[in-house]
Design a protein around this ligand. Sequence first.
Ligand code: GAF
Length: 399
Amino acid sequence: MATIVENSKVLSKLTGKFIDVFGGKEGLKYFFSPGRINLIGEHTDYNGGYVFPASITIGTTGLARLRHDTKVRLYSLNFEKDGIFEFDLATVREKTDGEWINYVKGMIVALQEAGYQIDKGFELLVSGEIPTASGLSSSASLELLAGVVLENLFGLNISRLELVKLGQKTENDYIGVNSGILDQFAIGFGEIGKAILLDCNTLEYEMVPAELGDVEIVIMNTNKPRALTESKYNERFAETREALRRLQTKLSIQSLGELSNEEFDANIDLIGDNTLVKRARHAVYENTRCKIAQKAFVAGNLKEFGKLLNASHASLKDDYAVTGLELDTLAETAQKQDGCLGARMTGAGFGGCGIALVKHDAIPDFIKKVGDKYEEVVGYPASFYVAQIGSGATKLDVE
Ligand code: GAF
């Protein structure tokens, strides 16, 4: 996949498109917001645990400028047949069913509710490289893109953490998905060549150099058509909350992330339901695994790190039940290949992408073998990309 920000030809093509769609280019500003992968620590964020993500060079580019009236005009190169979406700021709380523009509307509402003045209209053209429903967080990419656009056009004095939290608020309140802060944080705070160890309880974080030597991170896309990701995600959220509530009848904890594996095992009788035990066990064990994995990663022990990726996938499959045939076929086939140190699903699951750590020289063979097996089992092809860890959401210096 091409990397738009590195490609000035693409930017000038986008400028041409902006001129065609909105007319002229006076006052035009350029922005980029990445997608993310999560190395390990899955479905732990809304359970008060650790996550270990990184922003990637694949993302969403935006070209924007202020208007003098209160009209907001939005255009996506990914949905050209829809033409321009136009609304007046006064109607920004009216959701447009099923449309990408809700992420922009939601950010405007979240900023306004937080007391920031968004009182003029603007034009925004977006071009997304992140395949939709891929689990690489095209939605948080768009939220943070809107965030940096609005921050810049309106000269808002807002901290990056607040912008990230408003991105999550958009997802929770405007879109209606009970997601944690993983995606918005990774996209807001990402740095080139670094992963982020984030404690979702305290929001303390550490930037961790990703020194992988001759190993690359391969993204494996199931290309599964959009599944019931949002409703299933909210179901897992509710299940882990219920398990927590039952544990709280005896334990004084605020989140599952506060428990060690041993403390959890000693108290499972309090939960009293096998499905809820499995869901909570994943959250607790995955949190422990994430902390151990980060240490192995820092120590350069990628073999150990890879084994923990495999264990993470197994837990997401057996206890959390968020994988499915497509992700299992990709991850489990990948795990068996020469030169592959470990593989797992990444993101919410139910489709979307997996990641694999693969020795550079083994990648062509890896892609062929995993790709062939996937097509044989699932009936349509997967896609593969070598991930590069890029910067977080930002205004681009382009004149
Ligand atoms: C999605 C959510 F948006 C994140 O908050 C996180 O819970 C992730 O699924 C699973 O780890 O990407």
